[in-house]
Design a protein around this ligand. Sequence first.
Ligand code: MRU
Length: 363
Amino acid sequence: MNVDGVPFRTIWLAENGETVEIIDQTRLPHEFITLSLNSVADAAHAIRSMQVRGAPLIGATASYGVCLAVREDASDSALQAAYDLLLQTRPTAVNLRWALDDMKAVLEPLAASDRVVAAYHRAAEICDEDVAMCRAIGDHGVQLIRDAWDRVDRTRPVNILTHCNAGWLATVDWGTATAPIYVAHEQKIPVHVWVDETRPRNQGAGLTAWELGQHGVPHTVIVDNAGGHVMQQGDVDLLITGTDRTTAAGDVANKIGTYLKALAARDNDVPFYVGLPGPTIDWMISSGRDIPIEERDPAEVTSITGRTAQGMIETVSVTPPGSAAANYGFDVTPARLVTGLITERGICEATTEGLLGLYPENR
Ligand code: MRU
């Protein structure tokens, strides 16, 4: 996707072919800054501190983290240490475990001397595959937007509500929830996106709004509490979010607040779709209750960061000193509230049979 008209991915290699470059997402939307990752510790820090975030991009960064580790030391013990370090950076997005297992399966059988080249090769493939999967999610999901446009006799733009950032910035390119939106925009289907701000870290207000703006997609930022109201007004045709982990039975973990949107969508007959690539499905669990939910620093709730009129980036308190705060990162939307899953292989029901129909190799 484009930044000031220049095409970018969210992760790429520097000219030396080894250093990993990322966009520092903690500085957006106020500053566009790229960072170099030179070690596995840098990669782990980037994921933990959310310089990179979003399930597919966490997986892609972890795969390059393994490359940086084996470049320093390609022994079995160093490979295992890198796996362990990266795996514990964030708990909910299952793409992290998927990418690390994949890298380990490729590298473990090889002689240490062959591991560096093989690691960079596989990490690049993981990134390219992510781009292809997200584009395919867009190609399948655009039909839902076209159908919604037909339902209003093509008289007005299709209104889509999204939560958090499941956009280009959360993947290597295209995004998951946003891929159908970008494809619709490309195909000249008029769309307007309601962007939930997504407290506490404001991935909607800061990241989704920024990337939609960079791409010229009409959008409006709303506070998280406004979603139910705009649905009641008939101003939402479709809800599309991403997911950090979807169980084999279709329960969907996504950014905290997604469940409330799904409840409001059901009450207002608004279809609720979730965009996801195959590596976001956790075939080892069926119940959403088994998904580990990240709990983050309460300071993210008790304070807020923004840019002052003088152009300074500042963090201010929004609660009285001494008030306790809880910071749950994700919630689980039960499969029964999900209208459908938009995957790179097509759209299916959020059920075991629906998922197995598209991924029969997991039967
Ligand atoms: O805490 P984050 O910013 O990593 O959470 C991201 C989300 O919840 C996204 O919606 C999810 O990863 C899907 S991304 C394509």
